[in-house]
Ligand binder design. Structure first.
Ligand SMILES: O=C1C[C@@H](c2ccc(O)c(O)c2)Oc2cc(O)cc(O)c21
Ligand SMILES: O=C(O)CCC(=O)C(=O)O
Ligand SMILES: [Fe+2]
Length: 364
């Protein structure tokens, strides 16, 4: 298949299918920031000691904030997480350098045709009806035994070294957060990681070029992440948006230097029997600056069973029956594509029936 073009200009916007239907277009600009998404410091997360007089431990305080954020939005930001700021800036610098490489260098890792990892324009899914205004480079980092380094770019220099370190450190942070969520569900702290069997990790680096008409398109369409939890590192430009009322209103997440945005995915939502939301989000672009974000998806193993870990008295399971994560993932992605296809068909039908309507006589 011919590689997708990377000429990001007015013509590509109109001719290559990036224009969204009106109801999907951005409602809020990329830089009108909201402070509704909680920012939680993880300082003292390992401190189990409560002071005298019935005062809560720092861990219990952090746990309470995380749980509230997961119940309200399924999204929050963490600071004081212990990940070295130099690692974050190296990772960001190298990721930016990758996207500045000549097209032929990036296309050495072309992912079209379903290859597992590499570079692609717009989407990891083939058959999207409207395209996302982005380029991505993605690599599968866990389980380590399944790594295929031939799909990891070897340029810029040090990319592989830094990405390996980044993956390992983020796996540690994600497991810490999953411990907190397990405890909040009244389960042993390893419950969520055990439910993942052998946790998968996939890193997707999103590069959103500046766009001549950002009001007509999206960098990344509205979605929920399929996995357990996602840690997102974003630059200071802004563009990540979330909704917790089914898309009626949107907020733009305030970028914070060195913070991670944490999104709960569908797997996390199902395992908590719906108590924790799967973050409903999208990314918008702008006409002045390109933007970079790095999403680390923590997923269960493909063969892991997806089903609520605990169903409280008086509640019903939100799932009819257990399924494997591989099946859940396939059903979700093909469902997302099918929905978009049906929407396009309905729109075309409406346009055709409008064309066929007899023109009314106008009596003056
Ligand atoms: O790029 C993404 C974002 C996201 C996603 C979920 C559902 C969609 O229909 C969609 O277009 C994007 O989650 C992902 C999950 C993956 O396994 C790979 C990705 O590239 C992504
Ligand atoms: O770029 C962003 O802010 C959002 C990225 C995202 O949602 C994703 O990669 O799944
Ligand atoms: Fe996402």
């Amino acid at each position: 298949m011919a590689p997708a073009s990377m000429e990001w200009n007015e013509n590509s916007l109109h001719e290559k299918g990036f224009i969204r239907d009106e109801d999907e277009r951005p409602k809020v600009p990329h830089n009108k920031f909201s402070n509704e998404i909680p920012v939680i410091s993880l300082e003292g997360i390992d401190d189990l000691e409560g002071s005298d007089g019935g005062v809560k431990s720092r861990r219990a305080e952090i746990c309470e904030k995380i749980v509230k954020a997961c119940e309200d939005w399924g999204i929050f930001q963490v600071v004081d997480h212990g990940v070295d700021a130099r690692l974050l800036s190296e990772m960001t610098r190298l990721a930016r350098e990758f996207f500045q490489l000549p097209a032929e260098e990036k296309l050495r890792f072309d992912m079209t045709g379903g290859k597992k990892g590499g570079f692609i324009v717009s989407s990891h899914l083939q058959g999207e009806t409207v395209r996302d205004w982005r380029e991505i480079v993605t690599y599968f980092s866990y389980p380590i035994k399944a790594r295929d380094y031939s799909r990891w770019p070897n340029k810029p220099e040090d990319w592989r070294l830094v990405t390996e370190e980044y993956s390992e450190v983020l796996m540690g942070l994600a497991c810490k957060l999953l411990e907190i969520l397990s405890e909040a569900m009244g389960l042993e702290k390893e419950a969520l990681t055990k439910a993942c069997v052998d946790m998968d990790q996939k890193v997707v680096v999103n590069y959103y070029p500046k766009c001549p008409q950002p009001d007509l398109t999206l960098g990344l369409k509205r979605h929920t992440d399929p996995g357990t939890i996602t840690l997102l590192l974003q630059d200071q430009v802004g563009g990540l948006q979330a909704t917790h009322d089914g898309g009626k209103s949107w907020i733009t997440v305030q970028p914070i230097e060195g913070a991670f945005v944490v999104n709960l995915g569908d797997h996390g939502h199902y395992l908590s029997n719906g108590r924790f939301k799967n973050a409903d989000h999208q990314a918008v672009v702008n006409s002045t600056t390109s933007r970079l974000s790095i999403a680390t998806f923590q997923n269960p193993a493909p063969e892991a069973t997806v089903y609520p870990l605990k169903i409280n008295k008086g509640e019903k399971s939100i799932m009819e029956k257990p399924i494997t994560f591989a099946d859940m993932y396939k059903t979700k992605m093909s469902g997302d594509l099918e929905l978009a296809r049906l929407k396009k068909l309905a729109k075309e039908k409406q346009q055709n029936s409008e064309k066929l309507k007899p023109v009314k006589n106008i009596h003056v």
